[in-house]
Design a protein around this ligand. Structure first.
Ligand SMILES: C[S@@+](CC[C@H](N)C(=O)[O-])C[C@H]1O[C@@H](n2cnc3c(N)ncnc32)[C@H](O)[C@@H]1O
Length: 236
């Protein structure tokens, strides 16, 4: 034990292993090896090559922004401090940008402190509209085929992502994109399962959507994926 306290990283890894083992054992006891229905490990159904044949792998989500259409109508679901929103604005220069978050207090604080000057400028020019509330309820109010792309980084649970997909997919144009941050089944920072891969893969398989960007994240494996309808030319 003393040894572990001297080496907090070792203690962290050991605790994580024990926690994981406990979850697995408990699940085995009750459900056997039915992994797809394990609520602790939200594994995803595997995609096939048809879902990946046009996929470009890029080094970061910032790099992915360079490939996205410029001057477009876009949304970010889940903005928090507005860090990535500012990158979206500076790289893709949307003609209209809808920022959606269930709690805008952190963004408002950043704006009040003068830390997000570009966002403030675009809000004043009516190029950015901010919406406070649950993302799926807010997305529902937009007309169909309104957005060129929607960046989704809000509720990371399987049910939450599914709700955003179900409201979002008809709100993007025929050649529009749904883009998801945190395409990982496990958050290493929070030690909780994430539902993004399960919800995204399930949707792509059931509806013939394909992954066109996979953007790596070297910090914690919080990768991004961008999906679009199959057999539709992607936006230029
Ligand atoms: C990880 S943060 C977003 C970070 C931001 N996209 C970035 O990269 O800078 C997740 C945000 O989603 C918001 N959120 C969580 N559940 C939501 C929901 N159901 N509807 C809208 N926003 C939600 C949280 O309030 C939080 O600000």
């Amino acid at each position: 034990m003393i040894k572990f306290i001297k080496y907090p990283q070792k203690l962290f890894i050991k605790t994580r292993q024990q926690f994981f083992q406990l979850m697995v054992n408990n699940y085995y006891k009750s459900q056997g090896s039915d992994w797809l229905n394990n609520p602790s490990i939200l594994c995803a159904s595997p995609l096939s090559s048809s879902h990946l044949k046009n996929c470009h792998v890029v080094e970061s989500r910032e790099k992915m922004l360079e490939h996205l259409p410029k001057g477009a109508t876009v949304a970010e679901v889940g903005t928090q401090y507005g860090h990535f929103a500012e990158k979206i604005v500076s790289v893709t220069k949307p003609q209209k940008f809808h920022i959606i978050d269930i709690d805008l207090s952190l963004l408002k604080r950043e704006l009040n402190q003068g830390n997000k000057k570009l966002l403030q400028e675009k809000i004043s020019d009516n190029k950015i509209e901010i919406h406070e509330g649950d993302s799926s309820s807010i997305l529902k109010n937009f007309p169909d085929s309104y957005f060129d792309w929607i960046y989704i980084d809000g509720d990371h649970s399987y049910e939450g992502v599914k709700k955003d997909i179900n409201e979002g997919f008809n709100k993007v144009k025929e050649d529009g994109l749904l883009i998801f941050n945190d395409y990982t089944i496990w958050s290493v920072a929070e030690m909780i399962p994430y539902g993004i891969p399960r919800a995204v893969n399930e949707f792509c398989i059931a509806n013939d959507w394909e992954i066109i960007f996979f953007a790596l994240d070297s910090w914690g494996g919080y990768h991004d994926v961008a999906i679009k309808r199959m057999n539709v030319e992607k936006l230029g």
